[in-house]
Write a protein that binds this ligand. Structure first.
Ligand SMILES: [Zn+2]
Ligand SMILES: [Zn+2]
Length: 123
């Protein structure tokens, strides 16, 4: 039990470390998606995902991004932990760039497609 709590703490500490340098990067983006709640909740999302990328399943050591599963949700829902997915910046790009990645392992390609479908969900 104690150990569980400790590793949880370490993961969160690592999250803070990973998340800090992202700030300047998102400055120019949509303020609805990158508000205070986003910065607060992404650490929880990272912890929930156990430090792994929701697209490829590998651990994220750096260049972490958080994908908004349904970016069309209203301001008060869009940054809920349930709408954030920890992803590598590279994997995040693949979700959004619309390119064909069917040469990747099927399980990864399917996840990319599933996230793309959800991008078009109504608000
Ligand atoms: Zn990944
Ligand atoms: Zn995204």
């Amino acid at each position: 039990m104690y150990q569980k709590r400790t590793s949880r703490k370490q993961l969160l500490a690592r999250a803070d470390e990973l998340l800090l340098p992202q700030r300047s990067e998102v400055k120019s983006r949509d303020s609805k998606l990158y508000n205070f709640e986003f910065y607060l909740n992404r650490a929880y999302a990272f912890n929930r995902d156990r430090g792994k990328c929701k697209v490829c399943g590998d651990f994220i050591m750096d260049k972490i991004h958080f994908h908004h599963i349904n970016p069309n949700l209203s301001r008060n829902l869009v940054n809920r932990v349930s709408n954030l997915a920890s992803v590598h910046s590279e994997c995040h790009e693949k979700v959004h760039d619309g390119h064909d990645y069917s040469s990747l392992p099927k399980i990864i390609w399917k996840k990319i497609l599933r996230y793309r479908e959800k991008l078009n969900l109504p608000s």
